[in-house]
Design a protein around this ligand. Structure first.
Ligand code: NAD
Ligand code: ZN
Length: 686
């Protein structure tokens, strides 16, 4: 017995230290490392132990205190009346108990409650003397806060002077400073661009922005303020007897007050408000982590009073946590309909956002690197609203020595084709587009679509059935379909099955551009397909072109070139194309082939004179040089072209004199894009 009490004492001590450490990170550094739900769990565990073993209670326990002491860097402000915290309810029955206690204490049957959203920001007190804002402070430890007057003055929705002729001698307004969801997203984007630390959530972003020693930083962050109460009111008549009237009074003084508050009575109404707010939570412009119920009558509030760190007349009913901690058991790679490889976290089951979650997205390789995630880590999982659960980060303190780094596979885990990540893209993709089972439905639908092979009647439902029953695996299988198979499978009328077969038959006669587009090569849309068809004239030439040769094609940059080369490098894709041809898919080809862009420009000398209508001189120079041309400043007999804009100088006269060919902007663009002339196909391409 003796020993077990000792173990419990140690357990409580260790809990207190852990909680204090999290308090420090949350309240002082504005940078927590665990989700609120995890913190709340630890806090409750300690509270329960303290209730069971009151003899082990300690007056310096975090359960007896509010927040954390103010930072020395700020001047401190002593609050005239303390700024307390709120007790929490997580379950309906805790709300029922709250209401019961209040009715018993007040000895009445019906209590009016003001109900309002619980903002996830930080509390501040604003002191007005004779109507003038003289001081603004954080909550701090509830008794002493930090003087952040200069910072609070930068928040535009906070009145600097009360808009009334006879303001009270002293008024202390309490409310929450927060950052709207949209502003939070923007702030984190900017932080990311600047390579600075990202904020874990909007509360920390608001707190971190407000508790700056340099108020010009605060001024640059878009902070918002909502008033929800009064601390002190001296002088003049006091025009309210209820909390809800207090809110109306604050609004009349031009303080922002939420419109979502109301007055209700009875537990059922409290819970109904809770459900209604929970349902609209994702649509609100600010983050809320619950709702607050407050006894509306101020005399009754006084009668109920306070315990250690929170009032008795109010309670916060918290929403289900949207973040929780769990174990990352493994990382699996899934292949989507478009061939994108997505790393997915396999998790130890965890209750978050109202459901049990066992899988969460890790987005892509870069995100895993940025968040330093390893297999075996303790991870923070977030599930907000209907959004797919995601892993937002790790708990670095809890990394085990067995944690394994992850790397993206080189091959598609579904079909074994090469998986590549194009320059400038974050997503790794399977290159086996025509063959990969994961991409089948998408590939076949695209193949049959109107602007591709134009197979009428081959819609989503039919493709779904054909693929699910393994009748069609690749587009080539479409041309092997028989009437019996089609009619039986879809329970289709023979007539419509016949129509589909006819449409398939008809599609055999196509154009090279349509066929290229139908292959569904990433980055090859209809117009690129046309350009490729025109340029190469024959499919075989396109299929063997390497990325360098592809870049000679007008409008084709390095990324698109790589994507095309990767696609045709995949032998499974080539096999399917072969099958399609042997099934009778044909188009007319041309022996002509366009001149590679560089052949028109490479080694040629250009002189620019005058102003071109659209292209800046630097741009023209740059584009010529990228294709191997030279731009010089004076015209001689060695000059190949003089590009003439408006108000040309003496270079123009010289060109005319030496009979150097002249180009206008349009002519230059034709050269640059390789459209200037056609010649017989050369063997060096292909
Ligand atoms: N993740 C961590 O490491 C960590 C550490 C410490 C605290 N926390 C979080 O902070 C909470 C405790 O913080 P707390 O003591 O500030 O309590 P709290 O935030 O749960 O409740 C009190 C506060 O609610 C705010 N509030 C919002 N809307 C209000 C309204 N309409 N009326 C009145 N007050 C309103 C006020 O700022 C008030 O001070 C914990 O539950 C936990 O979620 C997290
Ligand atoms: Zn694949």
């Amino acid at each position: 017995m003796e020993e077990s009490i000792e173990t419990i004492r140690q357990q409580m001590q260790s809990l207190r230290e852990t909680i204090e450490n999290h308090n420090y990170r949350y309240y002082v550094l504005d940078a927590p490392i665990i989700p609120d739900a995890e913190y709340d769990r630890l806090f409750r565990e300690l509270q329960q132990l303290e209730q069971r073993y009151p003899e082990l209670m300690s007056p310096d326990s975090p359960t007896q205190r509010v927040g954390a002491a103010p930072l020395k860097e700020f001047r401190s402000v002593v609050h005239r009346t303390p700024m307390l915290s709120l007790n929490n309810a997580f379950e309906d029955k805790e709300v029922e108990a709250f209401d019961r206690r209040i009715r018993e204490e007040l000895k009445i049957d019906d209590v009016d409650y003001a109900v309002e959203p619980k903002f996830d920001g930080l509390a501040v007190g604003l002191t007005y003397e004779n109507g003038l804002l003289v001081r603004g402070a954080t909550r701090g430890d509830g008794y002493t806060g930090e003087d952040i007057t200069a910072n609070l003055r930068t928040i535009k929705s906070i009145p600097l002077r009360l808009p009334v002729q006879f303001p009270p001698a002293l008024l202390e307004v309490r409310g929450e400073v927060l950052i709207l969801k949209a502003d939070f997203e923007r702030l984190n984007l900017e932080q990311q661009k600047k390579g600075e630390k990202l904020f874990a959530n909007s509360r920390n972003a608001a707190a971190g922005s407000l508790r700056q020693l340099d108020s010009s930083i605060t001024a640059r962050r878009r902070l918002t303020f909502f008033a929800y109460g009064l601390g002190v009111h001296e002088g003049g008549t006091i025009p309210y007897k209820r909390h809800s009237e207090e809110l109306a009074y604050l609004a009349s003084l031009h303080f922002p007050v939420v419109c979502e508050y109301k007055v209700v009575s009875g537990v059922a109404a409290l819970l109904a408000y809770y459900r209604q707010m929970a349902a609209s939570r994702d649509r609100l412009p600010y983050d809320v982590d619950g709702v607050v119920y407050k006894v509306d009558d101020l005399t009754q509030q006084k009668q109920l009073g306070f315990v250690s760190r929170a009032p008795r007349f109010a309670i916060a009913h918290k929403f289900p946590a949207q973040e929780a901690v769990t174990d990352l058991l493994d990382i699996e790679v899934q292949v989507g309909r478009t061939g994108a490889l997505t790393p997915v976290a396999r998790l130890a089951p965890v209750f978050v956002g109202g459901v049990t979650v066992t899988n969460a997205t890790l987005h892509n390789e870069d995100e895993i690197k940025r968040k330093q995630i390893r297999i075996g880590d303790k991870v923070i999982v977030r599930r907000a609203g209907d959004v797919i659960p995601e892993v937002v980060g790790i708990v670095p303190e809890q990394r085990s020595s067995h944690a394994k780094p992850f790397s993206m596979p080189d091959l598609c885990p579904v079909c074994g084709a090469r998986a590549v990540r194009l320059p400038g893209e974050t997503v790794t993709r399977c290159t086996g587009g025509l063959f990969c089972p994961a991409q089948r439905k998408q590939a076949i639908l695209h193949f049959a679509s109107r602007r591709a092979m134009d197979i009428e009647g081959l819609g989503e439902k039919l493709v779904e059935q054909l693929v699910d029953q393994s009748i069609v695996r690749t587009p080539a299988d479409l041309y092997k379909l028989g009437l019996a198979a089609l009619a039986s499978l879809a329970r289709m009328a023979e007539k419509s099955a016949n129509n589909v077969l006819q449409a398939i038959e008809k599609s055999k006669n196509t154009t090279l551009a349509r066929f290229i587009y139908a292959l569904g090569i990433r980055h090859v849309g209809e117009s690129t397909a046309k350009t490729l068809a025109q340029y190469f004239g024959q499919l075989d030439r396109l299929m063997v072109a390497d990325a360098g040769q592809l870049q000679q094609v007008p409008d084709i940059g390095p990324v698109v070139a790589l994507s095309i080369a990767d696609f045709f490098a995949e032998s499974h894709n080539r096999e399917v194309i072969e099958q399609l041809r042997s099934c009778g898919v044909t188009w007319s080809e041309s022996n002509e082939m366009a001149v590679p862009r560089s052949h028109l420009i490479q080694g040629k000398t250009f002189v620019l004179t005058g102003t071109l209508p659209n292209m800046a001189r630097d741009e023209a120079k740059d584009r010529i040089e990228r294709l191997g041309g030279k731009v010089t400043s004076s015209v001689s007999s060695k000059t190949d072209y003089v590009v003439v804009g408006t108000d040309p100088g003496s270079k123009y006269d010289k060109a005319v004199q030496l009979a150097v060919p002249l180009l206008d902007e349009a002519g230059l663009i034709e050269l640059l894009e390789g459209r200037a002339e056609k010649c017989e196909s050369k063997d060096d391409v292909g």
